[in-house]
Ligand binder design. Sequence first.
Ligand code: ZN
Ligand code: ZN
Length: 868
Amino acid sequence: MDLEKAYQPQRFEPHWAEWWVASGIFHADPKAPGSRFSLAVPPPNVTGSLHIGHMLDHTVIDTATRWHRMRGDNTLFLPGTDHAGIATQMLVERSLAAEGVTRQQLGRAEFVSRVWEWKEKYGNRITSQMKRIGDSCDWSREQFTLSPELSRAVLEAFVRLYERGFIYRGTYMVNWCPRCATALSDLEVKHEDTQGNLWHIRYPVNNSSRYLIVATTRPETMLGDTAVAVNPADSRYRDLAGQTVTLPLMHRPIPVIFDEIADPQFGTGVVKITPAHDPNDLEAGKRHDLPQIKVIGEDARMTAEAGPYAGLDRFEARKRIVADLEKLDLLENVEPYKLALSRCDRCGTIVEPLISTQWFVKTQPLAQKAMAAVNDGRIQFIPDNWNKTFFNWMENIRDWCISRQLWWGHRIPAWHCTNCRKITVAREAPESCPNCQSGALEQDPDVLDTWFSSSLWPFSTLGWPADTEDLRAYYPTSLMITGFDILFFWVARMTMMGLELTGDVPFREVHMHGLVRDPERKKMSKTKGNVVDPLDINDKFGTDACRLWLLMAAAPGTDITYNEDRLNAARQFANKLWNAARLVLMNMESAGIEPCLPDPGELAALEDRWIFSRLNRTAESVNRALEQHRYHEVAEELWQFFWHDFCDWYLEIKKLRLMPNSGLTNDWRNLLGVFGAYLRLQHPILPFITEELWHRFGQNSSIALARYPREGPVDEAAEREMSLLQELVTAARKLKADNGLDDKLELAGVLYCRNGSRRVELPVLEWLAKVKFEIRTDAPSILTGAVRSTPEFDLLLELPKVDSEIQQQRLAKESDKLEALVANSDRQLANEKFLNGAPAHVIESLRMKRAEYIAQIEKNRAALAQLR
Ligand SMILES: [Zn+2]
Ligand SMILES: [Zn+2]
C-alpha cells in the first residue's frame, strides 16, 4: 500500500488512459435513465497531431463531460476525425512527389485508394493522442467524415438542399489557388499586408492626343480589360461619352463607360474594367454588357487571350508588361503602395480571382433561421459578446462556394449529360439522362468543401438521416466547445444546416474560448517557431498539471499565455495532493487500517464540523461554476480548499487526534470521508491522479462513475469558531516570528478571554500554536511584551529569557542590514541620471521600500529598548 515518495505522473497516466478505453465505462446507452448530456468533439483533421489549441478544447470538453457523467446524467462524448480534403490530399501528393509520381499519373481511383492507405496507416495518430490525454469518449461510436455512413448523410443533405433550391451551380468569381488547383471559400484565404506598387498607365484616347491614366496593382490583368470607367458625376470626363481608348499592348479599342465604380476622389478618377479577373469589375461588366476575357489561366499562366504574353507565368508577364509599357512611354509613374495580398490558407500561394463555374449554397435564407435561433435563445453563446460578431457576419454572409477541384472528398452527386448538357442531381447514379434519355452521363468531377461534411457533424454522427435511437436520445447536443477562430467556418454552418435539415438547433450552448499564445502574447505558429507541443508538456509536467494550468488560465473571453512557472505551480499542486495522500496512507498503516474511503462518521469535533461545512460550500460553488462554464473558478476554488483548508489546517489538527493502532475511529472516518469527496470533486479536472489515488485507497470501480459531491449543510457556528482559532494561532505564530523565534518552539503564554463566553478549543490551539496557555477571565492590568489582541482575546507569550541576549544581537544585526539598504536607496534617489531615466513606477517603488526599511528599523529599536 506504499505510495511512492515522488509524484511521477508518467508512471500511471498511460495505464489509466488505456484502462478507461479498454473498460468501456464511457459507453453511452440511449435507454439509460438520467437527463441527457451529449457532445461531439470538434473533429480534428485526420492528418493532424494534437496541438495546444486542441489540448485546451479537449480539457474543457472532458472536464464538462466527466462532471455531467458523475452527476448521473446520461452522457455521450462522441469522438471522430475529419477527412480534411485539401490538407490530406496535399500531404499524400507530397509523399508521391518524393517517389516522383503525380496524382494525374496515378489516376483518380488509384490516387484515392492511396489516400485511404495513408489514412489507415497514419490517420489514427490524433485519436491515440486523444486517448492518451484522457478524453472520456465513447470510442465505440467513433466517426469519420468520409465513412460510408457519414457519406450517406452528406449525399442526402446535398440532394435535399438542392431540391429545396438552396444549392445551385453558377459562374462567379472565385478565389483560385493555382498550386492546389481548386477554388477556395473566402474563409480559406488569408490576407497579408504587403508593400506593392501602383502602376499608372496611359491609355490613348482614340482620335485625340489625349491619354486617360489608370492605376493598377496587377498590370498583367490589363490584357483582359474590356472598358475604362469614369464616374458619371465627374465633370472632367463628360466629353468622353461614346469615346473609345486603345488598350496598350493589345491594340484593342475599348469603350469609356460611365459607372459609379469609378471614384472621382481616387487618383485620376479613371479605372480599368477587367471583368474576368476582379469581382467588382465583373459586376460592372454585367451592368454594361461587357465581354469577359480571361487572360490568366487556372495554372497561373497567361492564356492564349494574352497575345504575345501567352504561356508566361503571371509574375513573369507582369515584368515584361511593365518593361514594354516603359519602352512605349505609356507608363506615367510607379508609386509604392500597401495592399492586402490574398494567399491560400493551406499552401501560401497567391490567390488569383478567376471566373469559374462552381456549386454554391444559397446562405442568406439559412442564415436568417440561424440568427433567429440565437435571437430567441435556442442557442446561447458563452460569453455572449460573441452574439454581436455572429450577427455581423451572418447579416453580410455571401453564398458559400462548396465545390473543390480535388479528388479526396465527397464527390458531388450530379451527373452531366454530354448529349443535352442537362445536369441531374440524384441519390444514386442515373442510368440515363431524364431529359434526353441518353446514356452518356458523367459524374461531376468535383468534391465538396471539407466543411460541408463537418457542418452536418452533430447529427450525421448520430445516424441522421435515419431516425435512430441515438438521434432521438442525444440530439440536439448539449454543448459545443471550440475556439473562436472557427466560429464562421464551422459553428455558423452547423447552425444553418442543423436548422434546415433536422428542424432543430445542433447544440444548445456554444462555449467559445480564447487562443493559447506564446510567452510574449504572440500567436503561436509553425512558421514563427514559437509553438509548444502539448505532448512535450504532458511528458514534462503530467497531463493533469497541463489540464489544471489551462483551466486556471481559461477565464471566459481571454487568451491564455504560455507560462512555464504556472505549469510548474500546477504540477506542485498535484504533487501536494500526492503527498497528502501518502501521509494519510502511512498513518492508516500505523493505525492498522486497510486503505479505504468510508462514509464520514459523526461530526462532533470542531475541525470535522468546520471542514465539512467548507467542503459543502466549495461543492456548491464548484457545481455552480461548472454549470456556467466558469472553469477557471472551479480550478481556483478547489485549489484554495485543498491547500488552505485541508492541508494547512485540517490535516494539521488531525495529526493531534490520530493515534497509532487506533483502528477506524470517527476521526479517521471523517478525514477519509472529506478526502474521498475531494478526490471526486477534482476528478473532472485531474482525472489521472484522482483515479490513481482512488484505487490506492482501496476502490475497485472507476472514480469517473462515482457520485459528484453536491452542496450540503453549512455550519456557521463551526466556521466562526474555527476562524477565531485560526486568528489566535496566526497571532501566536506572528509573535514568534516578530521575535525571531521558530514556529515550532514551545512557549508558555496567557490567554485573556475578554467576555468569557466564547469557547476556544484549547488543546487544538495549543497543538497548532505550540504554546501552553494559561486561561484567564480577568482583564490584564497592563499588557506589555509579546501581545496580540483580538476583539475577544488578548494573547500574551512569555518569551524565553535566555534568548534575550541572542535576540538583541539579531535585532542589531538586522538593523545594520536595513541601514545599509536605506543608504543604498538614498544614493539611487540622489542620482539625477537614474531619476531621469527610470520609469516612474520604479522610482515610486524604491521610495516605498525605503519607507518600509525605516519603519522596520523603528520597530527594531523599540523591541531592543524593551529587551534591555
Ligand atoms: Zn493552395
Ligand atoms: Zn441529356
